[in-house]
Design a protein around this ligand. Structure first.
Ligand code: UDP
Length: 461
């Protein structure tokens, strides 16, 4: 069937930090290029699915077609206690047959498949249906370079990476310090390492990588998660606070702090006497911080905030606002009262903070977040980093007080604020019509159109 519109199929990893930027990318193809966009939604966990669906349907606003796959059973392929990252990688492989069946029924067939770094097994479907195959990495170029280079490191480095005395050298990029290593590289005997290695090998077979082979620096793709809701108690409270006076505290969509860490953070914020907004989730019962796929549902089984130190809520009532619901980061970060962001340094949160000109107090926890924190502090100078107490493996209350003060009160904070404003300006420039990102996506769109015409010629009449 002949068509005049290129059709982009998006296959993101089922986590907020991936779905939201994929949605943003889809919207750009619809609004700037009038393409048809289909988003394939992979199901993972019942409770998070409701949140995903709400946010996606609010965000997509009938711009994109959504196909949701039923959950796949991965219990026979992966240990139920495996890390979130490993379970997601395996899930992305196991949905390939469902993707194939769905694409086989689509008339006209999509022109291009764009998937995540961990979704490249789906390339077999793109090849079968003569589609272009791209990767969209909603993170930064440093982590992408590390992923592509891991197959080389795998051959060159004999021992575990964590035992290396020198940082790992990545061509064209800063070296990666062993203490900042991306999670899958921490243990080469773990299945998660094999999955990452596989991703690095498959990535080289793509027609290109978006974000940033050619590499298409399409970002910063920053998009509102869900409908903007600048109303309600939180916004009434923010509206009463002076400019740049509030510290925003949030660890993204999937992280849960340990009880001990949460207590230190609570006291750190209280002792500081700076205003703050804290998006909290019930802590994990075990020691150690965790990532989960459960959205915010963990709070449902607890007394609201009963896990915070005794009496905290009444002591902080004039300076702090604590919430457990999903609120859009962009809505909060764009409020003039926000003066700093205690963030886990997820890449989307990082871009959002940059675009809103808000300095970061870096509290990296998992995945590539430690690399991001190093880049933000040492390369961009837009953040200070919270140091973990080696004896306790938590960030202590004194450290939190000290670093919040540094950004909000000390002279050093002014310099950091100036730098983040310069970066904000560059990020805004990159998004304008005629900018580098605009041109890169335009060039990419032309490729998609050329492939669509080729498909049209080959299609049976
Ligand atoms: N987010 C949000 N409100 C929340 C938590 C997260 O709007 O309460 C959004 C945030 O703006 C970002 C995404 O969810 O776009 C989280 O992505 P990120 O890469 O920062 O971290 P992840 O959640 O993947 O660890």
């Amino acid at each position: 069937m002949e068509t005049s519109k290129a059709h982009v199929a998006l296959l993101p990893l089922p986590g907020m930090g991936h779905l939201i930027p994929f949605l943003g990318l889809g919207k750009l193809f619809v609004t700037h290029h009038n393409f048809k966009v289909t988003i394939f939604l992979v199901s993972i966990h019942h409770s998070s699915q409701t949140l995903f669906k709400t946010i996606i349907s609010e965000m997509s606003n009938e711009l994109c077609n959504i196909v949701q796959f039923p959950p796949v059973d991965i219990t026979s392929v992966v240990d139920p206690n495996a890390t979130v990252g490993l379970r997601l990688s395996v899930t992305m492989r196991e949905i390939v047959p469902a993707l194939r069946s769905s694409i086989a029924t689509m008339k006209p067939c999509p022109t291009v498949l764009i998937t995540d770094i961990f979704g490249t097994d789906a390339f077999s479907v793109a090849e079968e249906f003569d589609m272009l195959k791209y990767v969209f990495s909603p993170s930064n170029a440093w982590i992408l370079a590390l992923t592509i280079y891991t197959p080389v490191l795998d051959k060159e480095v004999k021992d575990e990476y964590v035992y290396q005395k020198e940082p790992l050298k990545i061509p064209g990029c800063a070296s990666v310090r062993v203490e900042d290593l991306f999670d899958p590289l921490l243990d080469r005997t773990n299945q998660q390492y094999d999955e990452y290695l596989h991703a690095g090998i498959r990535l080289r077979t793509s027609d290109g990588v978006l974000m940033n082979l050619p590499v298409y620096p399409g970002g910063p793709i920053v998009t509102q998660s869900g409908n903007s809701s600048k109303s309600g108690l939180l916004y009434d409270w923010l509206n009463k606070q002076p400019n740049d006076s509030v510290v925003y505290v949030s660890f993204g969509s999937g992280t849960t702090l340990s009880h001990e860490q949460m207590t230190e953070l609570a006291f750190g914020l209280e002792l500081n006497k700076q205003r703050f907004v804290w998006v909290v989730r019930a802590p994990t019962e075990e020691s150690g911080n965790k990532t989960s796929l459960k959205g915010r549902s963990g709070d449902e089984n607890h007394d609201q905030f009963g896990y915070l130190p005794n009496g905290l809520m009444s002591r902080i009532q004039h300076v702090g606002f604590v919430i457990s619901d999903w609120v859009s980061h962009l809505d909060i970060l764009s409020h003039p009262s926000i003066g700093a962001f205690i963030s886990h340094c997820g890449w989307n949160s990082t871009l959002e903070s940059t675009l809103m000109g808000v300095p970061i107090i870096a509290f990296p926890l998992f995945a590539e977040q430690k690399m991001n924190a190093t880049m933000l502090t040492e390369e961009f100078g837009m953040a200070v980093r919270l140091e973990v107490l080696p004896s306790k493996k938590v960030v202590g209350r004194e450290e939190i007080q000290k670093k919040v003060r540094k950004i909000m009160v000390d002279n050093e904070g002014h310099g950091i604020r100036d730098r983040v404003n310069e970066l904000k300006y560059s990020a805004e420039e990159a998004l304008c019509k005629g900018s580098s990102s605009y041109k890169a996506l335009f060039e990419l769109a032309k490729r998609f159109e050329a492939r669509m015409q080729l498909q049209n010629k080959k299609a049976p009449l």
